[in-house]
Write a protein that binds this ligand. Structure first.
Ligand code: NAD
Ligand code: ZN
Ligand code: ZN
Length: 343
């Protein structure tokens, strides 16, 4: 795209028979949105409505749906083909014909949208609608911890304590694990300590090993979740694992890491995995964690802006001004934008 976003008045979309009409309550902006705006990520069509971290309120639901007008919902933005084996397993994130709202098809930065009823999850009573789009990034974090098989006895290292890393950290603490965070940015490290990390260390500092020693994990940690994905971070992750440890890569880097020779991998029984997005089961588990209070989403909201301030917010994300975790957009705040029904 490589150009600024514009607010446009559009007709209210007409839902397909299996769709809900949703009043958008809040949309989270992340680095992927910045990549679209700068032209680094290709979109399905232009102009496009971006925004893939979405929560709102049901306005209309198809007949026979369990959803009712007035229900507060999280909108899963991944549209699977619903015909392949991945979709049958509930893994629309692995569907070869998947499309993402806000990237391949129109997304959430609007006041009213349509989405398939099957993509909506009712939020628990009293859930904070403004923070609810964070269920999206928490879904990816949950996927990473599921693949890393993190249990209460584990010592987990999280590399990169940004939007995704902080969700990994909070969910790992919720599972009873002890967590050490690594980040170059002191603001991110401080945030991790406030959230309950045992230690938060600059990865260029040899203190990381001391932090593991103090947790009685001198032989290495049980799992590392690499939310940066640079060669240096994945290589450090493998180095920090105990024999039998698991490394899960979430960050999307452009360059391959130098991996240990197969003999070292085998003798140390290391696992190296990667995860993309989330399955329906990950979203359901995150919504349960929000409902039972294991996962708090509110602390990850840095600020809330209106539609007219989205360009400025995306520039802040791109330049990491103020180390933002998540900037949320309330499309009903600020200047009123009228939209008209097409009849
Ligand atoms: N796997 C997936 O499904 C998926 C989904 C969304 C985003 N991503 C990717 O995950 C990564 C993280 O996303 P995010 O939203 O958390 O980004 P973010 O910008 O919010 O956070 C990144 C954090 O990493 C820190 N960091 C940067 N370089 C570092 C280094 N060398 N060592 C330690 N810390 C370092 C930064 O200071 C920052 O705190 C990105 O690469 C993004 O593209 C993956
Ligand atoms: Zn995102
Ligand atoms: Zn499919």
């Amino acid at each position: 795209m490589g150009q600024r976003l514009h607010v446009q008045d559009l007709p209210v979309p007409i839902p397909d028979p299996t769709d809900c009409l949703v009043r958008v309550g809040s949309v989270g902006l992340c680095g992927s949105d910045a990549h679209i705006v700068s032209g680094h990520t290709e979109t399905g069509h232009l102009p496009i409505t971006i925004g893939h971290e979405i929560a709102g309120t049901v306005l209309t639901a198809p007949g026979g749906s369990e959803l009712q007008p007035g229900d507060a919902v999280f909108v899963n933005p991944i549209l699977g083909c619903e015909q392949c084996r991945a979709c049958a397993r509930g893994e629309t994130n692995l569907c070869p014909r998947r499309r993402m709202m806000g990237i391949q098809v129109d997304g959430g930065l609007t006041q009213v949208l349509t989405a398939p009823a099957r993509n909506l999850t009712r939020l628990p009573e009293g859930a904070d609608l403004l923070a609810a789009p964070l269920i999206e990034s928490a879904g990816t974090a949950h996927h990473a911890l599921r693949v890393a098989a993190v249990s209460p006895a584990d010592v987990v290292v999280v590399i990169g304590l940004g939007g995704l890393g902080m969700q990994v950290l909070r969910l790992a603490l919720g599972r009873g694990a002890r967590v050490v965070g690594l980040d170059l940015d002191p603001v991110s490290r401080q945030r991790a300590l406030e959230a309950g990390a045992t230690a938060a260390v600059d990865p260029t500092d040899p203190e990381t090993r001391d932090a593991l020693d103090s947790l009685d994990a001198g032989d290495g940690c049980d799992a590392v979740v690499d939310c940066v994905g640079f060669p240096s971070t994945t290589e450090a992750a493998l180095d920090l694992l105990r024999p039998g440890g698991r490394c899960v890569v979430v960050g999307i880097g452009a360059t391959a890491p130098r991996l240990p020779p197969p003999g070292v991998f085998v003798r140390r029984s290391l696992t190296l995995s990667a995860v993309y997005a989330y399955s329906a089961a990950d979203i359901a588990a995150v919504v349960d964690a929000v409902a039972d209070g294991t996962l708090e989403l509110g602390p990850s909201v840095t600020r809330v802006v209106d539609l007219d301030s989205v360009n400025e917010a995306i520039a802040d994300i791109e330049q990491r001004r103020g180390s933002p975790l998540r900037i949320m957009v309330d499309p009903w705040a600020g200047t009123p934008h009228s939209w008209s029904c097409s009849s």
